[in-house]
Design a protein around this ligand. Structure first.
Ligand code: URA
Length: 192
């Protein structure tokens, strides 16, 4: 599948009922050639209004961590498990996640990132393990097929509980290092 086809499919998707209440589809943003992909939970109000993931208060905090870890936002790809905002930011229903995962899988296939970082528990429970414990396991790396995966606190959780911010800073720095290491390995491998 090509990008244009996937975008058309998402725009026309009726896999759940969220298309009825959304303002804009929040497809995803960033480099389609990214080594690093972030996956959040679902668009919030600002994202629904703009069609761009992580542009509200949580997104602005995420930007600060990206900057602190020396990861340019335009070098990564950012998407969500859900592409439409649940009304009043309610938790996504399992069947909404199931329906939307098809699109995320196609996005991952097109980007082929080296690393996927889940933003928050809901994303980690979908992409890493259903019983993922974010407080205990954030920042730990696991290999899944071709991908290195990890999860960090959701930026909204950091807004609610600033005591988690130091952990987030450490995790983002570790992500930067792991990315450099994988890149180095790939370059060494392809240059021989
Ligand atoms: N929270 C998310 O999980 N995703 C967004 O795009 C914005 C807020």
């Amino acid at each position: 599948m090509e990008w244009s086809e996937l975008e058309e499919r998402c725009a026309a998707c009726r896999g759940c009922s969220l298309w009825k209440t959304r303002t804009n589809l929040v497809f995803g943003t960033g480099s389609r050639d990214a080594d690093l992909m972030f996956v959040g939970e679902a668009p919030g109000e600002q994202e629904d209004l703009t069609g761009i993931p992580f542009v509200g208060a949580a997104g602005q905090l995420l930007d600060l961590y990206l900057e602190a870890a020396d990861i340019p936002r335009e070098s990564v790809y950012i998407a969500n498990i859900l592409k439409c905002r649940p009304p009043h930011n309610r938790d996504p229903l399992p069947e909404e996640g199931d329906a939307c995962m098809t699109h995320l899988r196609e996005q991952v296939k097109l980007i082929r990132p080296s690393m996927i970082v889940c933003l928050g528990r809901i994303s980690a429970m979908r992409l890493i393990r259903p019983d993922y414990r974010i407080t205990r396991e954030h920042g730990q790396f696991v290999t899944r097929g071709a991908f290195l995966m990890t999860a960090v606190y959701h930026p909204s959780a950091l807004l609610r509980d600033p005591s988690k911010r130091e952990d987030m800073y450490r995790d983002m720095k570790a992500i930067r290092r792991a990315l450099d290491e994988r890149k180095g390995r790939k370059e060494t491998f392809t240059s021989v």
